[in-house]
Design a binder for this molecule. Structure first.
Ligand SMILES: N[C@@H](CCC(=O)N[C@@H](CS)C(=O)NCC(=O)O)C(=O)O
Length: 268
C-alpha cells in the first residue's frame, strides 16, 4: 500500500491526521507544503477542496481529518479509531464532530493572536523547517495571515466569542475524560481530534494557565505531546474574562461558572 500524506507544519488538523496514521502504524510519505500556496497545490492535485490534511492511498484521494479517520479504519482495521459497539461508536463520532468545532475555534483564536504578533504564526509554521522556508514564511506571513484569517472567518468578534465559550468546552472535555469516552486505554478518533487542539491552545502564554491543571491537559500531553511553537501573550485582557471568572469560581469552591449563571437566572 502506498500512502502519501499532505499537510503543512503547524496546522492543528494536519497534526490530528498525522497522529492517526502513526497510531495505525502505517508507513507513509509526508508531503509538507507551504501554508497559503498549499491551497492551489491541493486543487492542482485533483482534491475537491483546498484544505489539508489529505492523503492518497494507492491513488485514492481522502481529504479532511474526519474522512481520514474513517478511511484509516477501513484500510487497517487493527487499533480501531471507532469502537464496534454501536452506542459507543455513535458517542465517539459525535465527540469527533464536536472536536472539529473546537478545531475551528482553536484556528480562529490562533489567527486573532497571529494578527497581533506575527512571530506567533512563524513559530508554529516553521518550528521544524529549514532556513529557506523560514525566510520565505517571514516575508510572506503578513499576507498569509490576512488571507487565512479571511478563509477561516477568524474575525476579532469570532475569536472573542470562542474564548468566551472556552471554559464550557474545557468542562465538556474533562467530563468526557471522567466518563471514559476520552483518554481510555484504547485511543479513538475523538481523542486525536480533541487532544491536538488542547495542545495547540496550550502553546499560548495567554491560555496555558487556564488549562494546564485540568484533566484535558494530561490528555493533550499523552496524545499530542509534540506540538511545536510558542504564542507570547497578545490577546486583549478583556477577551479572557470568562476564563478568569471560571478559574476564580472553581478556586472558590468548586461551583462552576455554569452553576453561577444558572443561579443568576430569576425563577418566575
Ligand atoms: N476541518 C478540516 C480542516 C481543514 C482546514 O481548514 N485546513 C486548513 C489547514 S489548518 C487549510 O488547509 N486551510 C486552507 C483552506 O482550506 O483553504 C479538517 O479537519 O480536515
Amino acid at each position: 500500500m502506498k500512502v502519501k500524506f499532505y499537510g503543512f507544519q503547524g496546522s492543528n488538523s494536519v497534526y490530528t491526521g498525522r497522529l492517526m496514521l502513526e497510531h495505525k502504524g502505517i508507513d507513509y510519505k509526508p508531503v509538507m507544503l507551504m501554508p497559503g500556496p498549499h491551497a492551489f497545490i491541493m486543487l492542482g492535485l485533483g482534491f475537491e477542496t483546498m484544505g489539508v490534511p489529505a492523503m492518497k492511498v494507492d491513488g485514492r484521494r481522502v481529504q479532511g481529518s474526519r474522512a481520514i479517520s474513517r478511511a484509516l479504519d477501513e484500510i487497517v482495521p487493527e487499533k480501531p479509531l471507532f469502537p464496534a459497539d454501536p452506542k459507543r461508536r455513535k458517542a465517539v463520532q459525535d465527540a469527533e464532530r464536536w472536536g472539529e468545532d473546537l478545531q475551528n475555534a482553536t484556528r480562529r483564536i490562533f489567527y486573532c493572536a497571529a494578527r497581533r504578533d506575527h512571530s506567533a504564526f512563524r513559530s508554529l509554521m516553521t518550528a521544524d523547517r529549514g532556513l529557506p522556508m523560514r525566510a520565505v514564511i517571514k516575508i510572506g506571513s503578513p499576507i498569509i495571515i490576512r488571507l487565512a484569517a479571511g478563509v477561516h472567518r477568524a474575525s476579532d468578534s469570532a475569536g472573542q466569542e470562542d474564548l468566551e465559550l472556552l471554559p464550557q468546552r474545557l468542562d465538556q472535555i474533562d467530563a468526557w475524560i471522567a466518563e471514559g469516552l476520552l483518554g481510555g486505554e484504547e485511543l479513538n478518533a475523538a481523542d486525536f481530534q480533541i487532544a491536538v487542539n488542547i495542545s495547540a491552545l496550550m502553546l499560548s502564554d495567554d491560555l496555558r494557565p487556564f488549562i494546564e491543571n485540568r484533566p484535558a491537559a494530561a490528555l493533550a500531553s499523552r496524545v499530542a505531546p509534540d506540538y511545536h511553537g510558542h504564542l507570547a501573550a497578545s490577546l486583549p485582557y478583556e477577551w479572557l474574562a470568562s476564563l478568569r471568572d471560571d478559574a476564580a469560581e472553581k478556586a472558590a469552591g468548586g461551583a462552576t461558572a455554569a452553576d453561577h449563571r444558572a443561579a443568576a437566572v430569576p425563577v418566575a
